[in-house]
Ligand binder design. Structure first.
Ligand SMILES: [Zn+2]
Ligand SMILES: [Zn+2]
Length: 392
């Protein structure tokens, strides 16, 4: 069989079959098309203003590493005029975050960007290892997600930066759309589809430039661009519900590659039909809905991505005429679907247009409740710690 020729340049040999639309492209064309699509997302949604200082939420994982690399490339190519900074959160997870932070430190040198690291221990007095020691592994993702969101905001404030970009990809967004659909939480669904989150009350704007990029294409981009990233998954167990939604999406993608973008678009359409869209947007919302276990790196049924990465590495050396990107292996199926009990959600699910943003009485962080989510969680943790001390 003769080698397949790239359908874009009609010159080079195709080495990539795009997971998104099965187009067969050469390395250069794939990288160019991927970058052009992110550029289109950025310009069509007017994401940046010239001269803006932007913090990239960097975990060392593939999503945020690709985001940093692509933003650097596009910033130089198209003259965005952005001042890019890497912002990392140290959750305090030994054997996971300490290693991935080493990757971020190398990225800072490779991309010539300043790096700021903020730690859970200095911000909250707790590392995730200590949280898990206290509450166990179940539900720890909720704590981590809430803490991470605030940590990024606080890090941005320390740097006097008002815009944080995160590596959330199309799979992450589709996953959140499905989760909120299954929970019947339309207001949250509406908020999660927006490329920019946060509102006029929030000092820090959040956005997702990779919102339309497939996770598999991010892996391919990182591979073909030879980016230095950390691919180990978080050692703590993820939320069972999120894992189930993720498996569902991966299965849908197998029979219909466009399913991921279709779900994202459907979510956007539903958002337009939601009356209180944006009204109740509060800083805590996304922490739980989107950020669970790094989302960018903590893969739940991650075996598929790990297999894909291993396959890419193996293929890199092999002289195969054509690289077929097929999804191998069956996705891990969740055995239990335990829905965490969260009283607030039921309340939030109902359209309550009068939800107002104020500040947390404890830490001053913006919150729709008297006390922000992080402080509420901290109160439980500190109570547990005090009780443990008494017991001794
Ligand atoms: Zn080409
Ligand atoms: Zn607070």
């Amino acid at each position: 069989m003769p080698p397949t020729i790239c359908m874009r340049c009609s010159t080079n040999r195709a080495v990539v079959k795009r997971p998104k639309n099965h187009h067969k492209l050469c390395r250069e064309c794939f990288l160019a098309v991927f970058e052009d699509e992110v550029h289109h997302t950025i310009t069509s949604s007017k994401l940046f203003v010239p001269g803006e200082r932007v913090a990239i939420g960097a975990s060392g994982g593939k999503d945020s590493t690709v985001l940093a690399s692509v933003l650097k490339t596009l910033n130089e190519r198209h003259g965005y005029g952005l001042d890019l900074v890497l912002l990392s959160v140290d959750e305090g997870i030994k054997g996971y975050r300490d290693d991935s932070l080493e990757t971020v430190k190398r990225n800072a040198v490779q991309y010539d960007m300043p790096l700021k690291i903020v730690g859970y221990d200095e911000l909250y007095g707790w590392t995730m290892d200590q949280v898990v020691e206290t509450i166990g592994k179940k539900g720890n993702c909720t704590y981590c997600g809430v803490f991470r969101r605030q940590a990024l905001d606080r890090g941005a404030k320390i740097l006097d930066i008002r815009h944080v970009v995160t590596g959330h990809n199309a799979d992450d967004v589709a996953e959140t759309v499905l989760m909120n659909l299954l929970r019947g939480d339309l207001p949250r669904l509406a908020r999660s589809t927006s490329i920019v989150t946060g509102d006029s009350m929030s000092a820090v704007k959040r956005s997702k430039p990779l919102k339309y990029a497939y996770e598999k294409e991010i892996v391919l981009y990182a591979h073909h661009k030879k980016l230095d990233y950390f691919s180990t998954e978080c050692i703590y167990s993820p939320e069972a519900f999120r894992g189930t939604a993720r498996s569902l999406i991966k299965n849908l993608e197998k029979v219909r590659p466009s399913a991921i973008l279709d779900i994202v678009r459907s979510g956007e359409d539903m958002a337009r039909l939601t009356p209180d869209k944006g009204q109740a947007a509060c800083a805590c919302d996304e922490g739980e809905g989107m950020g669970g276990c790094g989302s960018a790196d903590g893969r739940t049924s991650g075996s598929e991505m790990a297999q894909m990465e291993a396959k890419l590495k193996a293929q890199a050396g092999a002289e195969s005429l054509e690289t077929e990107i097929t999804s191998s292996g069956t996705p891990s199926t969740e055995k239990t679907v335990s829905l965490p009990i969260r009283g607030r959600r039921t309340k939030e699910a109902a359209p309550v247009p009068l939800q107002k943003l104020g500040s947390c009485i404890k830490c001053g962080y913006m919150s729709s409740q008297a006390m922000c989510q992080a402080c509420t969680l901290l109160e439980t943790l500190n109570k547990n710690r005090a009780e443990a001390d008494i017991a001794i």
